[in-house]
Design a protein around this ligand. Structure first.
Ligand SMILES: *Cc1c(COP(=O)(O)O)cnc(C)c1O
Length: 349
């Protein structure tokens, strides 16, 4: 027997959404990737950084991601000390737990939301607590005063797609004596963001990813906005060269091309609304979404049945066997043509 830590030996490990080896044979709507390419300026920036022979790769990248932080800070209206870049927002979730929760200490998250928090908590040897949702998508039984070390609130929620209001988030920030982390992976598709509240609540952290709205899941990029003391703590913990040179120039170029982002986001949202409406007419329950996916339930409440019907047509969506989620499936929003293919199957399934 290896001398593994007990929690590592006993844990199962996270299972990410399926990435089929023959991805181009599928309509792939299971991991909320963007159907459109990233900004052409991102591609240009990567080519420029590589140059003719990749000579720049000989040298380490800027360990402090200074230019990307500066650009993010200007974009979101903060000083650069309030920003940290990351190797995917998953890196931030991990390092927040490492920074704030010791072994045996409590970290909370909402069930259902992003179950990877649970895995990261297990790795740290901290204790998971989950809060559930009411039928109206409000938090059930959240205490007047919550003294866990961290509370992860996914807003907009994944996999359901609704967002918590700013009033609710502000109220939670007041009730948490520990940190409130609002995971805004999908906020670019939503009509509001909690980012401005970070100015006023030192225990509030907002995380973002470049994987969905910026179409850069393959580059592994994220960022957080937080009080400078929080940023300084996260800077101590992270790998010093966590972002490679290509990722850094990609992040900078993507952030600087907000017109492209807005245009692609609008396109996805238009498709999402058209798709949702057609499904409702066909008798499906579709939760109004503030994201680039929709949670869809057939009238018979059998999510596995429609997952399999779509799979038979080489369309991959996400089915969760969780009792709270198995009545439906989560479908990422692809191009109009891809969503028409889904509609064709679901309208006769
Ligand atoms: C996709 C996603 C992430 C992970 O983002 P990466 O930047 O790709 O690590 C984090 N949280 C939620 C809720 C997500 O859906």
């Amino acid at each position: 027997m290896l001398p593994l830590r007990k929690n590592i030996a006993e844990m199962a490990g996270y299972v990410p959404g399926f990435q089929p080896p023959d991805a181009d044979q599928w309509i792939k709507l299971n991991t909320n990737e963007n159907p459109y390419p990233p900004s052409p300026r991102v591609v240009e920036a990567i080519r420029r950084e590589l140059g003719e022979n990749g000579a720049s790769l000989r040298q380490y990248p800027d360990a402090g991601s200074r230019r990307a932080r500066q650009i993010s800070a200007e974009l979101y209206g903060f000083d650069p000390e309030w920003v940290i870049m990351a190797n995917g927002s998953d890196e931030l979730l991990n390092n927040l737990i490492r920074a704030f929760a010791g072994e045996g200490e409590e970290v909370a998250w909402v069930h259902p939301s992003y179950s990877y928090y649970g895995t990261l908590i297990e790795i740290q040897g901290a204790r998971s607590r989950t809060f559930s949702l009411t039928a109206e998508y409000k938090l059930a039984d959240f205490p007047e005063r919550y003294d866990g070390k961290l509370f992860f609130l996914t807003s907009p929620n994944a996999p359901l797609g609704f967002a918590f209001s700013l009033t609710e988030i502000e109220d939670l920030a007041c009730r948490c004596s520990g940190m409130l982390v609002v995971d805004e992976a999908y906020a670019d598709f939503a009509d509001h963001s909690a980012m401005d509240l970070v100015h006023r609540y030192p225990n509030l952290v907002v995380t973002r990813t470049f994987s969905k709205s910026y179409a850069l899941a393959g580059m592994r990029l994220g960022l957080a906005i937080a009080h400078p003391e929080v940023v300084a703590a996260l800077d101590k913990i992270r790998d010093h060269y966590h972002l490679d040179r290509l990722a850094l120039v990609a992040a900078e170029a993507a952030l600087l091309d907000q017109d492209y982002l807005r245009q692609r986001v609008a396109q996805v949202c238009t498709t999402r609304e058209r798709f949702s409406e057609r499904l409702r007419v066909a008798g499906y329950q579709v939760i109004p979404s503030q994201t680039n996916f929709v949670f869809v339930a057939p009238a018979d409440g059998n999510g596995q049945r429609i997952f399999e019907a779509l799979q038979a047509h080489k369309i991959l969506v996400r089915y969760f066997s969780d009792p709270l989620l198995r009545h439906g499936v989560r479908i990422s929003i692809g191009t109009d043509a891809e969503m028409d293919a889904v509609l064709k199957v679901l309208e006769s399934a």
